[in-house]
Design a protein around this ligand. Sequence first.
Ligand SMILES: [Zn+2]
Length: 430
Amino acid sequence: MKPKNKFQQQIVEASKALPELTKEQIQWGYDNAIQYVGRRTDKGIVTCTKCGHSWQGMEKLATTLLGCDCPNCKTKLIVKTSRKRVFDDSYYMTVIDAHRGYQVLRTIMLSYKTIVGKLPQYSYSEVMQRWIAPDGKHCTLARLRQTMGTMYCDSWIFYTPLELRSESTNNKYCLNVYDIIGTGEIYPKQKRIPELKRTGIKKRLFKQKPFDIYRILLADSRMETLLKTKQTKLFELFLNDKSRKIDNYWASIRICIRNGYTIKDAISWCDYIDLLRFFGKDLHNAKYVCSTDLKAEHDRYVIKKAKADALLEIEKQLAKEDEYRQAKAKFFGLMFSDGLINVRVLESVAEIITEGKMMHHCVGSYHSKPDSLILSACIDGKRIETIEISISQLKVIQSRGVCNKNTKYHKQIIALVENNIPLIEERLAA
Ligand SMILES: [Zn+2]
């Protein structure tokens, strides 16, 4: 894709002068980023796919579970008992580079192919470069990927050029594919732009990809503050949990920093702050936000919140009952019988919900239907079917037994209700 703005133009320009990867870097990758196999025969002869050395190994279970180191080249091997003669695989490595004031993360795919007993053949290709400006803005250069007929996002087409690529998240999973590509092992000699050095990040990555951590550090100076003030648990939480917005907590975090209060359990602390907010407490007050017994205070507020929620639920229910009574009270007390079956109007939301639960059908939510009147048909006090009547049309919409099934009284019930429609009409007119 062609650069669409000045920033992208500058990156494309800068990329042209980015030095080639060195032999030393690539060799390091072959030695450290590839997981070599120790091919084991049924007789227990293990051959290292990196240096070709063979030796008599231990019995199968032990070597397979524990893996082993090649006695010749000292490489850590995964042992596979197999008759296969050819082993090949590809791995990523990442070089952390700086160029013309930009942070560059260069991802290289390393491939090897070994015929057992011989030395491997190697190849590599730099497949992706992610460029980050000192303000956190970024763009990505990459080769093209095979997208048809493969479920993998890293089927690179090696002969295509490293070019600026669109990072659309306009796909099925709303994912930026370049964010998913693995980082692999990271080359130990690293270059960082001064703006990143200043944050004190060094080599620690908090289980994140360097791209993600660098970008957020450069884009949001508050993350730098967290790192510098050793609020590491919070720093990790905001990196990991994108749904937690630092804005919601920043005022309180500043109080903690000012008071030398280091947050050890970041999730509990943030939840606790949310609870304080719910109860209208002062989030700038160290007495609250720098709690000396976070766990106890947190738990106390959780219980308080549960009680508040329960009260709210009861209030909502009462409001529903009120509404229902106002809408349907004129039909209350209505009942009729043919000597066997007794039919009556249900007189509260609670009654309708109980009916729905006992009969395993969905009448429970019908109390809010303005045009429906719900009646219950019983024989000797046992529920048989539930009837829904359209008030405006004065007719039966449905009558259902347990689990929505009809009973042998179905026709009789409908006839009984239809015969008594005039009673409902009377109430309506009153
Ligand atoms: Zn070896």
